[in-house]
Structures are given as C-alpha cells and as structure tokens.
Design a protein around this ligand. Structure first.
Ligand code: C5P
Length: 400
C-alpha cells in the first residue's frame, strides 16, 4: 500500500453468509498490505467464524454483539468511525443490505455504517435467486444512490450448488478494490467507455474442429472487472475462455479473429480506451470444410491465410483513444513488446513470459513489464491478475 500512509484504518464488517470464511483471508491480506484492520462481526457471522480468528490475524479487538464481549462505550464507536479510511463489508448478506438501505442501525455494524464518513464498499454474497430478487436489487440500487460502492458478486458455483451471480469475489479481488479506493482512484474511470478483448479466438477447420490457443481469458476479464469497479462503461468482446465473464459489463461473444475484428472496429469510434488482452489467431484455415471431414478423406495439410491484425488496424485509425496491447512471449518479452508497440502504433503494451509457470496461460498470477509510451519499461513483481489489471489501469488513467 505504497500510496497510503502506514496508519490506514480499515473497518471490515463480516456478516453471516457462508462466504464469511473468505473474510479471514481478506483481513490477512489487508494486514499484510500494512493496514490497521478492525473487524466488526454480526451475531450470525460469529456462528460461522470465531472472533478469535480475526483477532489473531488483525492484532485488534473484534467488535461483536455478543454479550460476553466487554461492551465499549458509544463514543468509542464514533471514535473508530472517525478514524476509518474505509468500511468494507464482505460478505454482505441480503439482510444487512436491506438494513443499510433502510438506514436501520440495530447492531454494531449497521450503527458504524451510519457513523462513518469514509467510503463504504459493500460486497454482496448470497444465493443467485436471492441476489436476483427485486427487493435485493432495489436495495442495492438504493445503496448506490446513497453513495455506497457495491462490488458486484462473481458468477460461479454457489454453496447451494446453483450456478449464477452471487458468489463473493476472491479475497484478492476484494482487497485490490479496497486498495484502489484507499489509493484515491476509487472512481477515476467514471463514465469512460472502455473496450476490452479477451479469450482465445477459434478458427474453424470444419464444423466440429478448430485451431485455437491456451488463452484462459483471465487477464482480460480481470481488466474488465477492474475497469468496471473504477466506474468505466465496459464492453467486453470475448472469444471463448475457461472462466465466466464478470457481471456488470456488456459482453459481446465472438469466435473467430474476423468476428472480433468486426465487433471491435464497429465500436472503436465510441470508446476512449482499448485493452487488447485477447489471444488472436494470426492465421485461419483458408477454406474451412462445410461438412465434417472424414478420417482418411481429410487433407493432411491445412492451407492457412493471414487474419487481419486488429490492433494494428486500430493503431492506423487511432484518434484520441488510448491503445493498450498485450504480448505473450517466450523469448525476450520486453524487446518483442517494444517492437510491437512501435509497429502497431500503441500507447502501452503489457509483456509477459508465458514460459514462466507463474505467468503462463491459465495462471491466476502474472509477472509483467508495462512498456511505453516510447521506450519506457516498468517491471512489476509477481502479482495477482486483478492487481496487474489495476496497475495497467493506473497507467491508462495517467494517459487520459
Ligand atoms: O502480434 P501479436 O499477436 O503478438 O500481438 C499481440 C497483441 O496484438 C495483443 O494485444 C493481441 O490482442 C493483438 N492482436 C490483434 N490482432 C491479431 C493479432 C494480435 O489485435 N490478428
């Protein structure tokens, strides 16, 4: 947390959702980032995780509504509220969201929420049907209207076995968002139209086979989610990926490089930033077979032809847009990336070495160099993809 003073105070509200266990990791990451963390638990949360767990990690007393805890004076609530730089509520159940929306203060956490003057980041987590319920959605909208920040839940398999939005984002993503708020770039992309591409294109051989690559889509999706959280209006043009796209962004699914080219070019004039994390096939099969090729009858060589280079085309047409490319390399990533930056007319290019297992395809981490403008090269340490995304966006903001 280099851009925050060491005395950063985070209040972490934990409510009684199944995902409460993830708050343990959140508190630990905040601590490691140098924050002073005070955990406030609802009564239901204390049945899922013990206050002692949080107390040991944070080195601070844990505030609960349990009567055996020494009750602190009301003024101490207020003193704590005044010292806080961020109130983070993760997970936030439908119940606490409803109370916050109504201004109800019937326990320590909801009372503190009314007393703080710092930003409040609410991270909803619940069953997908509950999350979709109009009452919950209305309450979340009320919170946004009141100035609360809401971190959209992830799509995924929930504790109930159902699949849908409602999953608490990974602790890393929650902490990255908290750090972004603490660093003061809470909504520094508010209203900015941003186009992100992700995934690996598929070039058909026949109706059942294709040529593709190992792209998981994770880096592009992390960029889309980070831009969304910073207030951007995000369009995500995505080729197939191994993970679900983040909610809260406009998703345009494509298959081939040509389809991605068409989808991106159609939108280019209306966006301010393009982040091209997709792994686009350089070649396609010249004449895909209209019917399934039969064993023994299929040709043993495939004739390929060059796909259009989307980014190079954007470089030609570029007006005010900030263009960011990605270069997944196995040789000398920085030299290769700088060459591509110049050739494609980019503002920035993010290089990584995909032969390194920590930054290879499908990894949750990435070790990158942000190259540009010009010959400038910034080497980043090994970071989670979400954190890399925020660092890239920091640079984009400085170019806007
Ligand atoms: O030339 P190379 O494929 O290594 O460049 C990588 C960058 O160029 C990525 O940002 C990728 O999305 C983009 N690209 C593209 N169209 C292509 C090939 C790559 O936009 N046909």
């Amino acid at each position: 947390m280099s851009d925050r003073p060491a005395d950063t105070v985070v209040l972490l509200g934990v409510t009684g959702g199944i995902a409460a266990y993830k708050a343990v990791e959140v508190s630990s990451r905040l601590r490691r980032a140098g924050a002073e963390v005070h955990v406030i638990m609802t009564a239901a949360a204390t049945r899922l995780v013990t206050p002692l767990t949080f107390g040991s990690i944070t080195g601070q007393p844990v505030y609960t509504d349990l009567l055996q805890e020494p009750r602190r004076e009301a003024v101490e609530h207020i003193a704590l509220a005044r010292r806080a730089h961020l109130l983070l509520i993760a997970p936030a159940t439908a119940d606490v969201i409803g109370k916050l929306a109504a201004g109800i203060a019937d326990d320590f956490l909801t009372t503190e929420a009314l007393a703080v003057t710092c930003p409040v980041l609410v991270c909803p987590a619940m069953n997908a049907d509950m999350y979709a319920h109009r009452a919950v959605q209305r309450n979340l909208q009320t919170l946004r209207d009141l100035g609360y920040l809401v971190l959209e839940p992830d799509h995924g398999r929930l504790a109930t076995g159902a699949v849908g939005p409602g999953r608490l984002p990974d602790p890393e993503a929650i902490v990255a968002r908290a750090m972004a708020l603490l660093a003061g770039h809470g909504q520094d992309l508010a209203g900015v139209p941003i186009l992100v591409t992700a995934g690996g294109t598929r070039e058909p051989i026949d109706p059942v086979r294709f040529i593709s690559n190992h792209s998981s889509g994770k880096m592009g999706f992390a960029l889309a989610a980070a831009a969304r959280d910073r207030g951007a209006k995000v369009t995500l043009v995505t080729a197939p990926a191994t993970v679900s796209p983040p909610p809260g962004v406009e998703v345009v699914p494509v298959q081939t490089a040509q389809e991605m080219y068409d989808a991106v070019l159609e939108r280019f004039a209306d966006v301010r930033v393009v982040l091209k994390a997709a792994a686009v096939a350089d070649y396609r099969v010249a004449r895909p077979a209209p019917g399934k090729l039969k064993k023994g009858q299929a040709p043993t060589t495939l004739e390929l032809e060059l796909n259009p280079d989307i980014l190079a085309e954007l470089g030609h047409r570029k007006g005010r847009q900030v263009l960011v490319g990605f270069a997944a390399e196995t040789g000398n990533p920085v030299a290769e990336a700088l060459r591509k930056l110049r050739r494609k007319g980019l503002d920035l290019i993010v290089a990584n070495d995909v032969s390194d297992p920590d930054s290879g395809f499908g990894a949750d981490t990435n070790r990158v160099w942000i190259c540009g403008p010009g010959d400038a090269v910034e080497e980043l340490p090994l970071l989670g993809k979400r954190e890399v995304a925020d660092r890239v966006l920091d640079r984009v903001v400085s170019l806007l």
